[in-house]
Design a protein around this ligand. Structure first.
Ligand code: PMV
Length: 363
């Protein structure tokens, strides 16, 4: 028992988790539908200043007579507030119970990208926390088991234990609601370009937003459709069928945002620039399929125009443009051409690991 550190990458949901099942205790974060994601890492850290990674260190010791947690930023350490500590304790206390210990801890966590700005910082934060806590407590848990503990902090964190593509089975109990890998990194050719519309902290946390999901008349439709889409997209990922994955992911994102916008109170995460990117993605794709058809019919001899791309947006204004790996440059140009500066563009590839233990400690 002692000190341990872990890294974890965030994930982008292709089928979204939005809302807890009302049939189970809310603290378990059992979702209303299965969800699917890609664990991601940034390629152009130098230009964007964004490294999609969380680094967390935890130490259990008799020298501590209370539990403390701090966020490491460029400034001095910031103690986690009461709400944040409560979420951290949900994960740590559950693991402490498994390890049968009452020791207190000190924890420091560092997100190398904006926290709570719709870049899924909670997914990597709680995946890293579950991983290093279990290790520090000498619990020998596999990734599926760890995903159940990460879920207690943040639902989407359950998917950040694994690299590549991940499926979170909603389940119907703590033990049956877990995430597993669909396929490893690079077995399916897809990448993304994120347009960072706003680096600031979002006004409404996903926790608060999700509570209101049940008040939308579209919620049940979204749940039923998402459940079907999760199964369909899993197959399309395994078949390397980018068109089907893109179409389903985009539809599912719109279902979730329709629920948000029609909840009570209504919730709009999009900013004008989010919509600008959405329209650009749709136009560029239309152009791609038009020229593609013309080339097929022999009407046009030219090289393809446009690119095949799709969008998805989590709980924030920032938008992911999904494309094939070979189209990353074109996707970046498409977004820069509408006035989003290069420093606000993050090129993303699949991460080969979700979370892992590292020797580098933050204290
Ligand atoms: O894990 P939470 O409670 O932060 O919720 C995540 C919600 C979305 O990012 C919008 C969707 C998802 O499945 O990741």
């Amino acid at each position: 028992m002692g000190k341990s550190s872990a890294y974890a990458h965030p994930n982008i949901a292709l089928i979204k988790y939005w809302g807890k099942s009302r049939d189970h205790p809310p603290n378990l974060n059992i979702p209303t539908n299965d969800s699917v994601s890609m664990t991601k890492e940034s390629i152009n850290t130098a230009t964007s200043g964004i490294d999609l990674l969380t680094h967390t260190t935890i130490e259990f010791s008799e020298q501590y007579n209370e539990d403390t947690g701090f966020l490491k930023t460029n400034d001095p350490l910031i103690p986690f507030n009461e709400i944040q500590m409560k979420r951290i304790l949900k994960v740590v206390d559950a693991l402490k119970q498994s390890a049968n210990t009452y020791l207190h801890f000190k924890m420091i966590s560092q997100n190398k990208f904006p926290t709570a700005a719709g870049l899924a910082s909670s997914s990597s934060a709680f995946a890293a926390l579950a991983t290093c806590t279990a290790d520090a407590l000498n619990l020998n848990l596999d990734k599926i088991e760890l995903s159940k503990y990460a879920r207690l902090g943040s639902g989407s964190a359950s998917r950040s234990l694994h690299g590549g593509f991940v499926y979170w089975n909603k389940g119907n109990s703590h033990d049956t609601s877990y995430a597993e890998q669909i396929c490893a990194c690079n077995e399916f050719n897809i990448a993304a370009v994120i347009a960072v519309i706003d680096r600031g902290k979002k006004e409404v946390s996903s926790d608060v937003g999700q509570e209101a999901a049940h008040s939308s008349v579209f919620n049940q439709i979204k749940i039923n459709e998402s459940q079907k889409q999760a199964i369909e997209i899993k197959k399309a990922i395994q078949d390397d069928d980018f068109t089907t994955v893109g179409k389903i992911a985009e539809k599912n994102c719109l279902y979730m945002h329709s629920v948000m916008m029609t909840s009570e109170p209504p919730l709009f995460y999009w900013e004008p620039n989010t919509l600008k990117v959405i329209k650009t993605v749709l136009n560029t794709r239309r152009q791609f399929f038009q020229t593609y058809k013309m080339i097929e019919k022999g009407i046009k001899q030219k090289e393809k125009e446009g690119i095949e791309c799709y969008f998805t947006v989590d709980a924030g204004p920032n938008i992911h443009c999904l494309c094939r790996t070979e189209d990353l440059d074109a996707a970046q140009n498409m977004i820069q051409n509408i006035g989003i500066p290069e420093k606000n563009i993050v090129r993303v590839r699949q991460a080969d690991y979700g979370s892992k233990i590292v020797n580098e400690h933050l204290f």
